[in-house]
Write a protein that binds this ligand. Structure first.
Ligand SMILES: Cc1cc2nc3c(=O)[nH]c(=O)nc-3n(C[C@H](O)[C@H](O)[C@H](O)COP(=O)(O)O)c2cc1C
Length: 419
């Protein structure tokens, strides 16, 4: 019986352990987590979601405070078209986040940045170009273009000196999405260096409709693999979503996958950005505590724990501080939902908004507990203390369990007594 360590991913002239820890915004896949994956010979992701907020928290900068100060006059106005990101600040925040991470990198692996194109930031093309270019300037090994795959993103980077040497890949959930991307980008003479195929069991936003349960990752991977063979295109494929054990990973590695991308198992690592009380919620969850719903104002279905504090909260929109979901016209569907509730309940001190959520505020505060479908199995990956709490794992333990375990086995950590 094989294990993940019997395989290698060849990418950018390197031979890597074929394990990718996926990007988890906002700073759930921290630099510490990504660096561990790289140190152990795989690939880790940091995320560029709300990077000025992340920089403020990590490096004591004042990007968010300064933006709020500049637009304070607009807080009560439901028209947010005035609220713009300072592109210089955005570049600086990205360079700090990426630069400091890359300085700390050890080992033979790579660190990539997950770039959520659906963060339209009231100026989709300009802000995306700045985020991508600044990440390359700061030495990131690679970029994974995610959520809302913008068919023109490669073109935005065409003139960057690292456009052809950095590893740049995309996430798709169907053959059709991949075909569209390749067609649109054919004139650039540059294929994606890798394609993550994200199935319906993944965490975060899904590339499927509410009928996600009809789809199967194995079937999508086989369809894409066969089509690429017919077209004589050689692009490493990286399946993702629901790959919970080393044995699950091997099923894909022997079958068209050049590596696998995983995330849920790492949400309970001590290097993960989620606060520990939230990690305990992930451990405790049963299958019926997890849902896919439509509350994300991005328009994509999103998977989360049903007891996330974000669900139903009637937070006042915070676009003057954040504003990452504002479209090119300064609109966000949460603002409309919030204003509707305020108009319906003019005397209420606080409203509840059930159909949409203020994604920026709640992701920043770790109150929207997005998770993968297999979260309910996390309790089987660790030990339980006498007080009922679950023991956090090290990223190294989880990585090595994927790398060396065979079949459906999961190695438990040594029990750490708590004081
Ligand atoms: C908590 C959490 C947050 C996530 N956030 C993002 C994100 O910001 N961008 C993204 O492209 N994918 C995101 N994902 C998806 C993962 O990167 C990954 O592809 C997927 O979850 C792998 O499946 P698994 O969680 O079943 O292992 C997230 C997943 C989780 C669990």
């Amino acid at each position: 019986m094989k294990c993940v360590d019997d395989f290698r991913l060849r990418l950018g002239g390197k031979e890597l352990v074929p394990l990718v820890v996926g990007g988890m915004g906002v700073d759930i896949s921290t630099a510490e987590l990504a660096l561990e994956a790289a140190r152990l010979g795989g690939i880790g992701h940091i995320s560029d979601a709300m990077v000025p907020t992340v920089a403020d928290r990590r490096f004591k900068t004042r990007f968010v405070k300064d933006k709020l100060k500049q637009y304070k006059y607009n807080v009560a106005n439901s028209d947010k078209s005035d609220v713009r990101f300072d592109l210089g600040h955005l570049a600086e925040a990205t360079r700090l986040h990426v630069g400091r991470t890359m300085e700390a990198k050890r080992g033979d692996g790579m660190v990539f940045i997950n770039c959520m194109e659906k963060l339209t930031m009231n100026a989709p093309r300009e802000t995306l170009r700045v985020r991508l270019s600044a990440a390359l300037d700061a030495g990131i090994d690679g970029i994974t273009l995610a959520a809302g795959l913008h068919l023109g993103s490669f073109a935005l980077l065409e003139d960057h000196p690292r456009f052809r040497d950095a590893q740049i890949g995309i996430i798709v959930s169907s053959l059709r999405a991949l075909q569209l991307f390749l067609k649109k980008n054919s004139r650039l003479g540059r294929l994606p260096d890798f394609v993550v195929i994200e199935g319906p069991l993944a965490g975060g936003h899904l590339g499927f409709g509410m009928d996600w349960a009809k789809y199967d990752l194995h079937a999508i991977v086989a369809e894409i693999r066969d089509w690429l063979r017919t077209e004589k295109l050689d692009i490493p494929l990286i399946p993702a979503g629901g790959i919970f054990t080393g044995g699950d990973a091997v099923d894909f590695l022997g079958n068209g996958g050049a590596a696998v991308q995983v995330a849920t198992r790492f949400t309970v690592a001590s290097e993960c950005g989620l606060p520990e009380d939230v990690q305990q919620e992930y451990f405790k969850a049963s299958e019926s505590d997890i849902e896919v719903n439509g509350i994300s104002p991005t328009g994509y279905p999103m998977r989360m724990l049903k007891n996330s504090p974000a669900i139903g909260a009637g937070t006042h929109p915070n676009c003057e501080s954040f504003g990452y979901i504002l479209d090119a016209n300064g609109r966000c569907s949460y603002i409309d939902a919030y204003n509707r509730e305020v108009a319906l309940h003019p005397d209420a001190k606080k409203v509840s908004v059930r159909d949409k959520t203020c994604l920026c505020t709640h992701m920043r505060n770790f109150e929207l507990w997005t998770c993968g479908h297999t979260t309910y199995r996390l309790k089987d990956t660790t030990r339980r203390h006498a007080d009922g709490s679950y023991q956090l794992l090290s990223a190294e333990h989880i990585f090595n369990d994927y790398r060396f375990s065979k079949g459906s086995a999961i190695a438990l950590p040594a029990l750490k007594e708590i004081a």
